[in-house]
Design a protein around this ligand. Sequence first.
Ligand code: HEC
Ligand code: HEC
Ligand code: HEC
Ligand code: HEC
Ligand code: HEC
Length: 369
Amino acid sequence: MKTLYILLFTALFLGANDAVHEFAPNQECQKCHEQIYSEYYGSMHANATPQKDPIHNAIWNKQVAMTKTEQYSCGKCHTPGADNLDKMTTPGEKAMFDAQNPTHQEAIGCAYCHRIEKIEEHAQSNTNIISKDKNSYYGSNRSSLDSPYHKIITDENENFKNGNVCVGCHSHNVNKFGLNLCSSNVNSEMNSANCVSCHMPQVEGSFSSIIETKTHSFHGFAGAHFHSEMLSKYVNISILRNIDHFIVNVDNQSSHALLLHPARLALLKISVTRGEETTELEKEVFVRVIGKEGKPSMPWMAEEVIKDTMIQANEKRAVRRDFKLQEGDRVDVVLGWFLVNPKALESLGLKDEKTAKEFKVFKKESFTF
Ligand code: HEC
Ligand code: HEC
Ligand code: HEC
Ligand code: HEC
Ligand code: HEC
């Protein structure tokens, strides 16, 4: 009778405490996966929390102030390893972000990503299903050696094989008005490229300190904040000279729009140098502005897209300037972006925040005639 009682008790206890949702801390991976670990620490996945990302913090604070939110529902994607994630995501519960809680600070951790077993599709946003075995990690196709620390499963996880392990969080994020705030356009994959091959390309250096490999998948996650130079080859800039005007073509060869988050604003700067003199021509702006009744608004209040000039997936955008080029003229073109639309800096309290307000150069090109 006593044994039965203990068994029953254990079962209840495990169920209630959600033992599945417990992840090895990132630090535990460091000693064997040194290089991956240090790349990861410089990525937005390690910095996805309000404490570490001032842009996230600004929007989160604004929401708390305006809607008296008591639930950090953002945790579903920003701190998915949180020990109280169920409370963060269950309607009616309360659970705020807690800077003292190490499982919140781990942000999007190593063990979390490597335990994504399946991805469930939902209308509002997808859901990652996490494996039950705390010590097995999914990977793509490594061979031979077993790790002394954990098991490796490489043959039964489709998402790791086809590079789609990202779409549990990145596919779409629809607000209560049915407006898709941010979408990586997963349905239009390019032939041989996928999220992982573009954003985690093979770079030099071993992937563990135990088995030597020449390369490993880059864990700094090239994107709009960091390492965008690794992605510049997917956007081509060319120029076409005509009698009384010229056209700058921006050819986006990636499977999604140039930028995805509605806070962004991209710019194409064009100047012509003739002899000693440089003339700045009109800048071209690429944005997707969301809002309500024709006015920009915060994402949770937005009901419509009020303007969309963003360069789309696989689009070649032609930008015309009525300027007559002469022999010897040089045209300089710079494509880059602000992480936060300069018009929104003031209202978000970000006007002194360097990452939010600086212009990030993505690609520069010069053409001489
Ligand atoms: C004591 C050393 C050690 C520690 C600690 C360690 N690993 Fe590993 N790991 C290895 C070794 C060795 C391999 C390579 C095995 C092989 O060649 O297939 C490996 C392979 C992997 C793979 C390979 C997947 C693939 O594509 O084959 C993943 C994922 C992984 N580890 C994740 C982690 C995570 C996450 C942590 C921390 C929670 C961690 N490891 C901690 C030693 C370690
Ligand atoms: C369905 C998953 C998901 C949820 C839920 C979610 N986010 Fe995000 N968030 C993302 C992804 C993915 C990105 C990266 C998008 C990109 O860079 O294009 C992101 C990026 C952001 C950024 C841009 C950060 C930067 O540094 O540029 C802000 C701000 C942000 N989220 C705020 C929030 C807030 C506030 C909440 C909760 C009210 C929230 N998010 C809920 C997935 C989510
Ligand atoms: C658990 C949810 C989750 C998963 C899984 C995930 N991401 Fe993210 N990702 C995020 C969030 C949230 C952010 C935004 C962090 C921030 O800016 O505060 C982000 C940011 C990024 C960024 C940086 C964007 C920028 O503006 O610089 C890139 C690139 C990225 N993710 C690519 C990937 C790739 C590739 C994968 C798959 C291998 C992946 N992500 C898997 C949630 C996720
Ligand atoms: C063919 C290459 C390619 C593929 C495939 C690709 N991307 Fe990108 N991605 C880019 C380029 C180019 C940019 C823009 C440059 C930058 O942000 O550094 C970008 C930007 C991003 C950003 C930052 C956007 C922002 O507004 O902050 C995120 C997040 C991202 N991609 C996620 C994904 C996810 C998730 C997938 C898979 C569904 C994916 N990408 C597939 C090339 C690619
Ligand atoms: C956003 C999801 C994500 C996060 C976070 C993440 N990884 Fe990975 N990791 C991947 C993907 C996708 C691959 C490529 C598929 C593969 O080869 O296993 C990969 C590959 C690996 C590999 C195999 C080596 C290789 O070159 O392919 C190891 C080892 C690894 N990760 C360890 C880690 C460690 C350690 C951390 C934390 C410091 C970490 N990962 C964080 C998604 C992630």
